[in-house]
Design a protein around this ligand. Sequence first.
Ligand SMILES: NC(=O)C1=CN([C@@H]2O[C@H](COP(=O)(O)OP(=O)(O)OC[C@H]3O[C@@H](n4cnc5c(N)ncnc54)[C@H](O)[C@@H]3O)[C@@H](O)[C@H]2O)C=CC1
Ligand SMILES: O=C(O)[C@H]1O[C@H](OP(=O)(O)OP(=O)(O)OC[C@H]2O[C@@H](n3ccc(=O)[nH]c3=O)[C@H](O)[C@@H]2O)[C@H](O)[C@@H](O)[C@@H]1O
Length: 466
Amino acid sequence: MAPITVKKICCIGAGYVGGPTCAVIALKCPNIQVTIVDLNQARIDAWNSDNLPIYEPGLDEVVKTARGKNLFFSTDVDKAIAEADLIFVSVNTPTKKSGVGAGYAADLNFLQRATRRIAEVSTSSKIVVEKSTVPCRTADAMRTILEANSKPGCRFDILSNPEFLAEGTAISDLFAPDRVLIGSLQTESGKDACAALANVYANWVPRDRILTVGLWSSELTKLAANAMLAQRISSVNALSAICEATGANIDEVAFAVGKDSRVGAKFLKASVGFGGSCFQKDILNLVYLSESLHLPEVAKYWKAVVDMNEYQKDRFSRKVVDTLFNTITGKKIAILGWAFKKDTGDTRESPSISICNHFLSEKARVNVYDPQVTEEQIWLDLDETSTNEVDHKQHVSISKSAIEACKDAEAIVICTEWDEFKTLDWAKIYEACPRPAFVFDGRLMLNRAELQQIGFKVVTIGSGDV
Ligand SMILES: NC(=O)C1=CN([C@@H]2O[C@H](COP(=O)(O)OP(=O)(O)OC[C@H]3O[C@@H](n4cnc5c(N)ncnc54)[C@H](O)[C@@H]3O)[C@@H](O)[C@H]2O)C=CC1
Ligand SMILES: O=C(O)[C@H]1O[C@H](OP(=O)(O)OP(=O)(O)OC[C@H]2O[C@@H](n3ccc(=O)[nH]c3=O)[C@H](O)[C@@H]2O)[C@H](O)[C@@H](O)[C@@H]1O
């Protein structure tokens, strides 16, 4: 059979993954027409405007270069499916909120609806690519749905092509990925489909970085990669508690441990805990999968990574209260950073939300500043997570600058590692704070000695003295 040449791509889901990933494909493959579709009209309108729906360094330039040439954003899902020869399914797969597996299993409703739509509107054969993160063997369910609903003469080859980009560095990750992983059935047509997708990536990714494996290995690799990354953070955060109790310093410990080339230096930064839409969701998904496979010890092992993360967020919040002489009632606390990490406006599962809610339960007055997160989003996050113990509308205010947020604050709590916090005029901030003035560095990012020199009492994750 002649090799399949992909000419038209449709991406279902214009979110944090579908948008940047397929915009980069369009940029790097001028001969392929890429249409990114979504049911959410507001999101598509934003993709078609000067104000893109997500903040990601370098994304504006990519979109502006390709949009209108070979990159299109639309709500006409059916038309884009019908025209495409390859379809990425890049819809959300959140943790299930109710029913069997609630709190653990992935909710595959969006994925299944998109799959059903592909079957219903396709009049020609398609390569269907799982881009969303899914439990192992989801491709089986997709195949069953596609085959049961397809028209005569349409065949569907299903590939798994999980995405490894991290938010904040999505564009550089997509330009130069460590690897691209493609899983397929090891049948002739499965391998042909795999080769067709590999040829798309080969427009800019070196061949030796394009890994081709079996479908189930590919699906499981994505969950495994996130679980192992998160495990490193929980490990270093667990050690940070020992450091605080012994006077050891977690940055020194992590640096020395990471010098062992078998361990490696990356992803060993102690923090207030990991956030983001995926680590927790994907580990819980792995826990559920392990339990379904009657592997309770394996489930328990991975669950501990999430438990340690909850412990770290709670431990940090308690430490703030303890240090402020066991009460923060009525005290003003500045939270610097609301996004789950720097260089993104994404707040999903951000540790700042849990930490703020902890302070609110102690009836503190909280002032929040983040350079990228909108006021509307901060209120939405608090509305969604409020326990109704305290009226957050009365106790929280949102500032337009870090300096404004810190004015009159008895404690300044760094939750996100935005670069601008390093270069703030800390002496000026100190002047506007009541004494004693505390800085809680939840990201180990500030120069402790300089702050102490100014007069601040400094408390950091993973080191002993105040
Ligand atoms: N956010 C990230 O950094 C990464 C996410 N992933 C995975 O990628 C998947 C997508 O994640 P995000 O892009 O963050 O989600 P998202 O929530 O930002 O975007 C998903 C989009 O799909 C749309 N959608 C849902 N059902 C649809 C349908 N039937 N037809 C058309 N559009 C539909 C939604 O309206 C939404 O705009 C998830 O499985 C996630 O685990 C993987 C790697 C990185
Ligand atoms: O599947 C996904 O969604 C993605 O999840 C993560 O990417 P992301 O969540 O965007 O960001 P990370 O850089 O991994 O950070 C996650 C959280 O861990 C925290 N973190 C990270 C590294 C570290 O050393 N310490 C630490 O606390 C970050 O501050 C953040 O809250 C993975 O890094 C990506 O490879 C993966 O594709």
